[in-house]
Ligand binder design. Structure first.
Ligand code: OXD
Length: 299
């Protein structure tokens, strides 16, 4: 069986080592733009992060694409034939890592820790009232990651609730009743730009946003305006529309906006390889691929 690795911007070598340790019979081929039509025509399976434009149409044998990430949107290209199964990695350690990052950002905001960092810079020893933080947090996304984020936030004292497109309440109703919003949604046509000027206006004044999903969920110009005007007190953006975020992007310079370089949590190479090979064995024994997404929904 021939497997194409599409791991860029991550190197393919660690994935090749981890997969071939578990399934030495597989022919693992790292993607290069110079791969010819004959090589591509023989590919059965692809595993990776994104599908370069035009590539899927050159792989007529392709039956399964496995995402090395929780998100699959960069693999769902228009030329991917409808019968191709797309699956994702579901790593409980990644969900826990995401939850840790969100808890860190939410606590930092809710306990006003940035104020004390600024006070230390100014050598100002000033005490403020410090009530227990019990803010209302809306977690957008109720999948493996969103669910874990809700559980961790509740454990440290926040009043967290999940919301998804299938919830009975509208997004804006939920935002209006929350002090902090966390985005953990899949990126689909229905969720792109969902956090826009109307969403920010629906939030109570002084709300805070944490985005650990995809940059394209946020209309960044609207967010900058909302933070500059004080409608939002700030945001922690682990993901941005343009990654890596260019040095001249205005997001870098907005007081209250924290930028981190998509590090909230990743699946480990070992877990990805183990899930990929286990799914392959299931497929070989006539079963269906675990963690397959619904292509009509995009997640
Ligand atoms: C993911 C990610 O989707 O790391 O898993 O962004």
């Amino acid at each position: 069986m021939k497997v194409l690795l599409l791991t860029q911007p991550m190197p393919a070598a660690p994935f090749i080592d981890a997969i071939s340790a578990l399934a030495p019979e597989l022919e693992l081929i790292e993607y290069r733009s110079s791969l010819g039509d004959a090589s591509l025509a023989a590919i059965d399976v692809a595993i990776g992060w994104s599908m370069p434009p035009g590539l899927a149409a050159r792989m007529p044998r392709l039956g399964w694409v496995c995402s090395i990430a929780a998100g699959v949107e960069k693999l769902l290209v228009p030329d991917l034939a409808p019968h191709v199964v797309v699956s994702r990695t579901v790593d409980p350690a990644q969900a826990a890592g995401m939850a840790q990052f969100v808890v860190a950002m939410v606590l930092r905001h809710a306990r006003d820790l940035e104020r004390y960092a600024a006070q230390q810079q100014a050598r100002a020893w000033l005490r403020q009232p410090t009530p227990l933080a019990t803010h209302r947090v809306a977690v957008l996304g109720t999948g493996a990651i969103g669910g874990e984020v809700v559980r961790w936030l509740e454990r440290v004292g926040f009043r967290a609730r999940g919301w998804s497109l299938r919830s009975s309440e509208t997004l804006h109703q939920v935002l209006a009743e929350s002090d902090i919003t966390v985005c953990a949604l899949p990126l689909t046509e229905a969720t792109e730009g969902i956090l826009d000027a109307r969403a920010f206006a629906a939030m109570p004044r002084g709300s805070y946003l944490v985005n650990v999903a995809r940059g394209a969920h946020v209309v960044e110009a609207d967010l900058i305006e909302a933070v500059r005007s004080g409608q939002l007190s700030g945001a922690a953006l682990d993901v941005q529309r343009r990654e890596p975020l260019p040095a001249d992007d205005p997001l870098w310079h907005v007081p209250g906006i924290t930028i981190t370089p998509h590090i909230a949590a990743q699946s480990s190479t070992e877990v990805i390889a183990a899930q990929f090979v286990a799914a392959l064995r299931t497929l070989q024994f006539g079963g269906s691929v675990p963690n397959a997404i619904d292509r009509s929904l995009g997640y």
